[in-house]
Structures are given as structure tokens and as C-alpha cells.
Ligand binder design. Structure first.
Ligand SMILES: Nc1nc2c(ncn2[C@@H]2O[C@H](COP(=O)(O)OP(=O)(O)OP(=O)(O)O)[C@@H](O)[C@H]2O)c(=O)[nH]1
Ligand SMILES: [Mg+2]
Length: 460
């Protein structure tokens, strides 16, 4: 649509194109399922191209077949061909060592001149978790240092299900690494956190009966108690390793479409369409300028607002309450205390309008820290029959489930700590790094999300 239209030729339009990269199994699946779902196998018009990369040949082949991805949009790299099994430093090094082939392929796919990258990855594995910071480092070096051109990089990172302590530790390392690198202009401009456990909870709440049917059919078991699934992923249904991986596979199939919806909503203000107005003009890069570096999105689709001026403030307040509490992609609890907020309200002209900004601001007040900046964006459709959708991006909110992740990671570190170098060998063997680097990462988290921690509680 955008292509060939005279409007696209102006600089601002061109400047807004992004390139999508899916790294590792999770990242590839998310981008793959997007392509499969969109009718004509196309990305939103602001996404110039995409590449799925993995160190695991079998996984890459699977993704190609499953989502019918042309071979030139995939790349196998690294020495092992069987993935890195959660050893994230191997994931990091594999990217660094494959710089040339990665850039060659990106260049064949036309990545020159894009203004940003969206990298999709899980945070708990090895290939994506370790590879993402390395990839960003290379991209920033290439564009910012060699070409002298600022680019922005967004990471859409998936937090693990509950009870996966090794993945909890990897996730903490990755986020801390991305933030620390940002201090040197070599990290992610925005890390958007999506949590598998929360997305699963949402899906089971919203599409309860569909989801149960799907799970029963996929797993071939009788799912009597869906509440216990939510609390106890993935061991509820079947304790065997095979059963676990089957369950996990079924869960990720359920949540992946949810992950895509939020990215599409973020892109939507920047996608040009003849029958809509956007103000203020908003592009992907604006999110990074206005928000803190770690963001939790909430998407409330199809809000049923009733046209009645008198009750509008109340309706808008309920909309915000519901979005924060029931539609966030990682559970932010009752008091997220976000340090910045961006909202995109889209819908018919009569609803998505700046006059309501005052009410939205009031409604957001109890969910944000004193002094937190609120940045609005309104997307108005002329026709009037569009649904009303609200996207909230919460910058650096409190995330109660991170407490659990921190605790799981801390326990694991303690388990393998001791005076003997033999004992500490675990860190190098299974993560490829030192105990100290992991302890530092955990301490970064404790500081960043200090809200939950008792003062002085740092690891030695
Ligand atoms: N939402 C979602 N999560 C996934 C998907 N695939 C894997 N995961 C989660 O991702 C984590 C595992 O990471 P993977 O992406 O499989 O790891 P990887 O990057 O391929 O790295 P290695 O396999 O260690 O080389 C676990 O927390 C999984 O639950 C997916 O398609 N969607
Ligand atoms: Mg893998």
C-alpha cells in the first residue's frame, strides 16, 4: 500500500522504516507466526524486511517449514548447528564470530538506510539471550560509529514461564547487559518485556473455552482444572520431560499471536493510511525518546465506549484501570508506579480525541510515579466504524513477577557457590561466564526494581 504512493517519498516517511530480526527459537517463531497470519505474507508497511537467525539447524528448518519462510530470510550461523543449550555466552560469541555473514545477508535483504531494528527473542534461552546484546553492539557500531547515523533498536524480549530458574538467570543477565550497554550507546533503546506466564494467564481468561479445547486437543489430555495450569506451568499436566516440552509447545502457540498484536499496535501510528489522522505524528523512534528503557505494554482491544458525554470521564477511567490490571503483557500488579507512560488511543474520530487527554491523565495518575511523563497519541479513523483500541506503554514499572525471577536466579547462584573452584566451575560450564558477572546482573536488577527489596539486600 505504502509502496508506490507519492506520500511515502517524503523524508519523514522514509526515515521510519525498520527491519525485523527474529533470533533463536522463540524470536523466529514470533516473526514466523506473524507472517503466516497476515493474509498476503507481508509485514506492516513500515517493516522493510526480516531475517530469522539461529544456531540450531533443526529449529531453523522447522520454522521455515511451519511458517513457509523463504530460505533467503533465514540464516544458520555459529559452529555448533545444534543451538547453544542455554549457554548464553556461546550465543554472544557466535554472533560476534559471524558478523560478516550476518551483515552480508542483511544487506542482500536491503537493510541499508533503515532507521531502526526490532529484535524478537526469548530472554531465557542461549542463542537469542546471548546473541541479542552482541547483535545490537554490531549494529550500533556499523551505523552509529562507521556511518555516523543514529539508529534505534528495540528488543521484544520474552520472559520465561515460572519455575525455570536457569532461564530466570539468563533473563536477568540479558536485561542488565542491554541496559549497561546502553550507557555506552551500544545497547537497546527500548526493551519491551512480554512474559510468557502473564500472556498465558490472559489468554486463558479471555478465550477460556477456546483455549481449553485447543490444549486438550494438542496435549490429548483432560484439562479439568485450568486454574492450576496458570499457576503451575509447565509441570501440571505431565511430569515427564517429553510431556513438559509438549505442554510448553502448546502454550507458546497460544501466546505468540498476543506478542504480535502489541508490536502491530506500536507500529500502527506510523503506518500511513488514507482514511486516518495521527497526532501528534508518532513514529517508532518516538517511543524510545519518551520512555524509560524497559517497558511493559498493555493492549486493550475493542474497548466498548458508549457515546455519552456525561459519563465519558468514568468510562475512560474504567478503560485505563482495565488496561493496566488485565491487559498488561507482564503483570504489573496494582501499583506499577511507572516512571513514564506512552499511550496510543485509536478509533473513530468521535472517540480518539485530544479533548479526552485530561481524563486519561487523571485516570493514569494512580499507576504512575509522581512526576512521570505522559505522552499521548491519537489515531483517528474517518469512517467511524473502526474499533477503539488502547495501547499503553509503561516505562520502568514495578513488575511483581520479577521478584520471583530474581529469587529463582539467586537460589541457583547460591546453589553453585562455594569456596571450591570446582564448585564455581558450574558458571563457566553452563553459562560460559563468571559467577561475578551473574551476581552483578542480579544486583543491577535489585537496584532497578528496588521497590520490592529490603534495603541493603545485595549479593556478595
Ligand atoms: N512465547 C514464546 N516463548 C517461547 C517460544 N519458543 C520458546 N519460548 C520460550 O523461550 C525460552 C527458551 O528460549 P529459546 O528461544 O528456545 O532459546 P534459543 O534462543 O533458541 O537458545 P538455545 O536453544 O539455548 O540455543 C523458554 O522460556 C521458552 O518457554 C515461542 O515460540 N513463543
Ligand atoms: Mg534453540
Amino acid at each position: 500500500m505504502l509502496r508506490g504512493n507519492p506520500v511515502e517519498v517524503d523524508d519523514t516517511t522514509k526515515a521510519a522504516e525498520v527491519f525485523a530480526i527474529g533470533i533463536g527459537e522463540c524470536g523466529s517463531n514470533i516473526v514466523g507466526s506473524y507472517l503466516k497470519r497476515s493474509h498476503d505474507k507481508r509485514l506492516p508497511s513500515r517493516v522493510r524486511g526480516y531475517l530469522l537467525i539461529n544456531t540450531d539447524r533443526a529449529d531453523l528448518t522447522k520454522v521455515r517449514q511451519k511458517y513457509e519462510i523463504p530460505k533467503e530470510h533465514t540464516l544458520l550461523y555459529g559452529a555448533s548447528e545444534i543451538g547453544v543449550g542455554g549457554r548464553f555466552m556461546d550465543g554472544y560469541n557466535a554472533i560476534m564470530e559471524s558478523k560478516d555473514i550476518i551483515f552480508d545477508q542483511l544487506s542482500n535483504l536491503g537493510f541499508e538506510g533503515v532507521s531502526g531494528f526490532c529484535i524478537f527473542t526469548s530472554l531465557g534461552g542461549g542463542t537469542g539471550c546471548g546473541g541479542t546484546p552482541a547483535l545490537i553492539d554490531l549494529l550500533k557500531q556499523r551505523f552509529q560509529e562507521e556511518e555516523g547515523r543514529r539508529i534505534f533498536v528495540y528488543v521484544i524480549g520474552v520472559l520465561p514461564f515460572e519455575g525455570q530458574s536457569s532461564e530466570a538467570l539468563n533473563s536477568i543477565w540479558a536485561v542488565s547487559k542491554l541496559l549497561r550497554a546502553q550507557l555506552q550507546e551500544r545497547g537497546a533503546d527500548l526493551t519491551i518485556l512480554l512474559s510468557n506466564r502473564t500472556m498465558l494467564k490472559r489468554i486463558l481468561q479471555w478465550r477460556r473455552s477456546d483455549s481449553v479445547d485447543y490444549l486438550q486437543q494438542e496435549l490429548n489430555v483432560d484439562i479439568a482444572d485450568i486454574d492450576s495450569i496458570q499457576k503451575n506451568v509447565p509441570s501440571t499436566i505431565d511430569e515427564t520431560a517429553d510431556g513438559e516440552s509438549r505442554t510448553e509447545q502448546a502454550f507458546v502457540e497460544l501466546v505468540n499471536p498476543l506478542a504480535l498484536d502489541v508490536v502491530e499496535a506500536m507500529l500502527s501510528p506510523g503506518v500511513w493510511e488514507s482514511h486516518k489522522d495521527v497526532f501528534p505524528t508518532t513514529d517508532l523512534a518516538d517511543y524510545a525518546r519518551k520512555l524509560d528503557p524497559v517497558v511493559v505494554p498493555a493492549l486493550y482491544a475493542d474497548v466498548g465506549l458508549i457515546q455519552d458525554q456525561a459519563s465519558m470521564p468514568k468510562q475512560l477511567r474504567q478503560m485505563i484501570d482495565y488496561a493496566v490490571r488485565e491487559c498488561s503483557y507482564a503483570d504489573v500488579g496494582e501499583e506499577p508506579n511507572a516512571e513514564s507512560v506512552y499511550y496510543v488511543m485509536s478509533g473513530p474520530r468521535s472517540v480518539a480525541k485530544a479533548e479526552y487527554g485530561m481524563h486519561l491523565k487523571e485516570a493514569l495518575d494512580k499507576f504512575i510515579a509522581p512526576g512521570a511523563a505522559i505522552t499521548p497519541c491519537y489515531v483517528q479513523y474517518h469512517a467511524g466504524e473502526e474499533s477503539t483500541d488502547l495501547l499503553l506503554l509503561l516505562g520502568l514499572p514495578k513488575i511483581p513477577e520479577l521478584v520471583q525471577i530474581i529469587n529463582e536466579a539467586t537460589q541457583l547462584v547460591n546453589l553453585h557457590s562455594g569456596a571450591s573452584p570446582l564448585k564455581q566451575g558450574w558458571f563457566m560450564r553452563s553459562k560460559g561466564t563468571s559467577r561475578k558477572e551473574l551476581v552483578d546482573a542480579i544486583n543491577d536488577f535489585r537496584e532497578l526494581f528496588s521497590y520490592y527489596m529490603t534495603p541493603g539486600e545485595t549479593m556478595e
